[in-house]
Write a protein that binds this ligand. Structure first.
Ligand SMILES: Nc1nc2c(ncn2[C@@H]2O[C@H](COP(=O)(O)OP(=O)(O)OP(=O)(O)O)[C@@H](O)[C@H]2O)c(=O)[nH]1
Ligand SMILES: [Mg+2]
Length: 490
């Protein structure tokens, strides 16, 4: 949960210094924010960063036992006090992280107080009245980036780690935070820059007899780079699935048991179930975890031609859910013969190539059976067929296994090379696409023996695009866009 700003920022008056880092100037005043979410809890952490971080804590907090000194990285129990009124506000632990060995690279202090909204608000307001300013969203991470503690991809990995909804997203974010993605991008960029150095040598020493790679060798190297950059670019789908989840739409004609199936998969009574066809009017979504991926299940309105206006609007949403889905559970009532309504619902799966990946579910296996897997195949669905009873729970385990296998196959499709590293952000994908485009142009120029100046322009474009991912090449606008997404206190 993102924290809301609860204390009005006060103009900063003391010892603000202009710091120039990574080509970006920032005013190194002292910022403060809760590092824990709003709401009641056992403990809340208030973090300060900047030149006055230590001084402010020394003013508003004193150790419980006299003459105990605050030593770096050691928590000390004490009392937070409002020096203006003399009132004690809370018992709290204080800890200091002197620059540069802190998250932001500046002096950082933390107060670990009791987790009450009012306590936190009071301590923040006392810190602000002693010279701190309420931090903007992502400002701590932005300072960590500007002071060279983390690169841009690692800063984004922190946000991904906090937002992770399953094992796959967690593993990916941790790997990226440990620098795996940055290393891989930096290695690619170093190779691109080496090619540019050769081109510059060719330009500068055109008349001299020095050994440089031939144009064909250069084109071969660019081709290898194109392959590597393309693989990283294509890992976006896997990264997206881990971060956002795999969308699964439960589709079928009315009354086949879609809502019952949704409830059985979730293990809770989430969707309304009745014997009246047309019960579900709106798409209902909920999430389970399978194979380390969040699975966003969507129960939909049964597809049929008749129905009132509300039902027709619901069915329009069903088509949208199907179009947005990564996977479709085509659901049938196996106790009655297939009919035109089933076939119409199946158009979602087989018609117009909306989604190729489908699992056919034959529900109501507890009743006398009228249709089987062969009937489904004859109707044109080639997907795996699973027999279940949403009522008794029979076959739900097998359906989960089949779903996990289908998720594996979607992820595997997105990850042909078995890469471990994955990008999860559109920003990375777009920069990699720009690098790819520039490398392809450079390749074409290299094999058509264009002058080195021409090849160098495209190679430079590829190096810049790769540099934008880690923030090696960046501007304030990119930083604003990246850190705007963060919560206050991150
Ligand atoms: N015997 C039996 N009945 C089931 C099973 N699953 C669902 N039903 C019954 O079938 C009826 C319809 O179930 P729903 O889950 O509401 O079906 P639906 O596909 O969501 O229907 P709509 O929302 O109208 O499209 C209810 O009476 C359920 O109790 C099953 O596995 N076995
Ligand atoms: Mg329903």
């Amino acid at each position: 949960m993102c924290l809301q700003r609860s204390v009005t920022a006060k103009p900063f008056t003391t010892s603000a210094a202009a710091v120039i880092a990574s080509g970006v100037v920032y005013v190194a005043d002292t910022i403060v924010a809760p590092a824990t979410p709003a709401g009641a809890g056992a403990v809340a952490i208030i973090r300060l960063s900047g030149p006055m971080a230590l001084q402010i804590v020394r003013t508003i907090w004193r150790p419980l036992r006299p003459r105990v000194e605050l030593r770096p990285h050691e928590l000390v129990l004490g009392v937070v006090n409002d020096p203006e009124t003399g009132a004690n506000l809370d018992q709290a632990m204080a800890v200091v992280f002197p620059a540069p060995d802190s998250f932001t690279g500046e002096d950082v202090t933390e107060l670990h107080c009791h987790g009450g909204r009012y306590i936190v608000r009071r301590i923040l307001s006392v810190a602000v009245s002693h010279g701190a300013r309420m931090a903007e969203p992502g400002e701590f991470s932005r300072r960590a980036f500007l002071n060279g503690k983390i690169d841009l991809a690692e800063a984004e990995a922190i946000a991904d780690l906090v937002a992770a909804r399953g094992e796959a997203a967690l593993a990916q974010a941790l790997a990226n935070l440990s620098g795996d993605l940055s290393k891989s991008v930096n290695d690619l960029r170093a190779k691109v820059i080496a090619i540019r150095a050769h081109l510059e040598a060719e330009i500068d020493f055109a008349d001299e007899d020095i050994a440089l790679p031939s144009r064909h060798q250069m084109a071969d190297e660019i081709e290898r780079l194109i392959g590597d950059v393309a693989r990283l670019h294509d890992s976006f789908t896997r990264g997206r699935l881990a971060r956002e989840g795999v969308r699964v739409a439960i589709i079928g004609k009315p009354n086949v048991g879609k809502s019952s199936l949704m409830n059985a998969l979730l293990g809770v009574d989430r969707a309304i179930v009745t014997a009246i066809p047309g019960t579900t009017r709106d798409t209902i979504e909920d999430t389970i975890e399978l194979g380390g991926y969040p699975i966003i299940l969507a129960d939909t309105a049964g597809i049929r031609a008749s129905g009132d206006e509300i039902e027709r609007m619901g069915i329009a949403r069903t088509w949208k859910s199907a179009a947005d889905a990564d996977l479709i559970l085509a659901t049938f009532d196996s106790s009655v013969p297939l009919d035109n309504e089933d076939l119409a619902a199946m158009q979602v799966c087989i018609g117009a190539n909306i989604r190729p990946l489908t699992v056919a579910v034959l529900n109501k296996s507890d009743l006398p059976q009228t249709i089987d897997a062969a009937a489904i195949r004859n109707a044109g669905i080639t997907a795996a067929v699973i027999s279940v009873s949403a009522l008794t729970g029979d076959g739900i385990g097998a359906l989960r296994t089949e779903l996990a296998a289908a998720v594996d196959s979607i992820v595997g499709e997105a990850d042909g090379a078995g890469e471990r590293i994955a990008i999860s952000r559109e920003r990375h994908r777009d920069d990699l696409a720009a690098a790819l485009k520039a490398l392809k142009l450079a390749h074409r120029s290299a094999i058509s023996m264009m002058p080195p100046e021409i090849v160098a322009v495209d190679i430079g474009g590829a190096a810049d695009a790769l540099g934008r991912i880690t923030g090696e090449v960046t501007g304030e606008d990119v930083l604003d866009a990246v850190f705007r997404e963060f919560c206050i206190g991150k």
